[in-house]
Design a binder for this molecule. Structure first.
Ligand code: GRF
Length: 196
């Protein structure tokens, strides 16, 4: 079974969706570690509840990104982690982790990339008066939400949508799409051409 680490900074609803999918046997994977750069984040509680080991760190206690990524890499190697899943990890992945894991790191982003990359993708879509937005799962490279796209799903924007209502519908889609894409990635060799 694939040993994976989930990286997250916030509420961790996608972390939870992955854990739940494993319990429901919709996804075969072993979440061996949560990596969190915000020690007080809600996702840390979720990890405790699901008895997932956590490496939580404060980036300000390290001089450079290389320094904290070197520590993360040590944590990953100690547990033989094969794959990294970014689920609301609010940092770019640097060369220390990319050189070991590129091609084995995926991210979920709340827009139809390449539209609305970066922070506040939901707000960007509303400000642009877009009629549709969505969710993208993609491989991670050194850019901001720029790696090769694996799967996308659209979400219609309604006239009456607020940031909260739109975000909620997007997250519902994320919680279905992410575990299902991971299942395909881990348990079939190729995802190309498969629609989710
Ligand atoms: C998600 O919307 C994800 O697409 C984005 O960050 C958010 C994380 O939410 N990258 P949560 O912490 O999983 O609830």
């Amino acid at each position: 079974m694939k040993k994976i680490a989930i990286f997250a900074s916030g509420s961790g609803s996608n972390f939870q969706a992955i854990i739940d999918a494993i319990h429901e046997k919709k996804l075969e994977a072993d979440v061996s570690l949560l990596v969190c750069d915000k020690p007080g984040a809600r996702v840390v509680e979720r990890a405790e509840q699901s008895e997932t080991e956590t490496f939580a760190f404060n980036p300000k206690e390290y001089e450079t990104k290389t320094a904290f990524e070197t520590e993360i890499l040590k944590q990953l190697k100690e547990r033989n982690i094969e794959f990294i899943v970014l689920a609301g990890y609010m940092r770019l992945i640097g060369s220390t982790l990319l050189s070991e894991y590129e091609g084995r790191i995926v991210n979920i982003h709340p827009s139809l990339l390449p539209a609305f990359p970066g922070k506040d993708a939901v707000g960007q879509a509303l400000d642009a008066k877009a009629e549709v937005t969505g969710v993208t799962v993609h491989y991670v490279d050194s850019g901001m939400d720029t790696g090769p796209i694996i799967a996308q799903k659209t979400v219609e924007i309604k006239k009456e949508d607020t940031r909260e209502t739109l975000q909620e519908r997007i997250q519902q889609v994320e919680h279905q799409l992410f575990p299902s894409v991971l299942e395909q990635l881990f348990n079939q060799e190729k995802v190309g051409g498969v629609s989710f």
